[in-house]
Design a protein around this ligand. Structure first.
Ligand code: TMP
Length: 207
């Protein structure tokens, strides 16, 4: 049987890394074969593109360049890593995916929907994740959490709150438009509840 692609995405600081860690532990405990990956990145080429995208010294980058770089990393990712795994029956867990481009480049940066759709289609054809778990959080709370990690902000985090608020709306709109392949989890809930909801969503997809 073909593997499934499950994405964890959402607001910055919403607890993605922790949720992903628990999803992986759950799969390990149940001896289910999977690989985990991330966007932008996941391949050698994609990780180089990630460095360019997140580098604060690239402050001159225009939104169109940004969109094309995310799409370029995604095209490589799907071709080199994701499809081969799914075809072998291996599940793929990805930290962010095409939903982030709709949220950040379309809703956040204000790029036209048709262009963003075209770029996602160019990278993915008609392929889309089986499920995208969206961790939803008010941007101010998320940004405080990111800052409290003390790692500094990257180029995509060095943005104003209004941008992050638009991106958040982008996730909620996508979930409304595609209820069968998006699940929104309130990331303000206690972590145990967030993790429990994420695991039960994952189980429904892979079982
Ligand atoms: P991460 O560090 O949470 O993995 O995400 C990298 C940053 O890139 C994050 O701020 C969200 C942003 N991003 C986009 O703007 N568009 C995209 O398509 C992806 C995958 C990420």
């Amino acid at each position: 049987m073909r593997g499934k692609l499950i994405v964890c995405d959402g607001s910055n600081g919403a607890g993605k890394s922790t949720v992903l860690k628990h999803l992986k532990e759950h799969l390990d405990a149940n001896k289910i074969e999977y690989i985990s990956t991330r966007e932008p990145g996941g391949t050698e080429i994609g990780e180089k593109i990630r460095d360019i995208l997140l580098d604060n010294s690239n402050s001159e980058m225009c939104s169109t360049t940004e969109l094309m770089l995310f799409a370029a990393a995604r095209a490589q990712h799907i071709h080199e890593k994701i499809i081969p795994a799914l075809e072998k029956g291996i599940h793929v867990i990805s930290d962010r995916f095409e939903s982030a481009t709709v949220s950040f480049q379309q809703y956040g940066r204000g790029l036209p929907k048709e262009i963003v759709d075209q770029l996602n289609d160019l990278a993915l054809g008609d392929f889309r994740p089986d499920m995208t778990i969206v961790l939803d959080l008010e941007p101010l709370v998320g940004l405080e959490r990111v800052k409290s990690r003390g790692e500094g902000l990257d180029r995509m985090e060095n943005v104003d709150i209004a941008f992050l608020e638009r991106a958040r709306q982008g996730y909620l709109e996508q979930a409304k438009e595609f209820p069968n392949r998006f699940t929104v989890i309130d990331a303000l809930q206690p972590l145990e509840s967030v993790v429990r909801d994420a695991i039960s969503t994952l189980d429904k997809i892979i079982n």
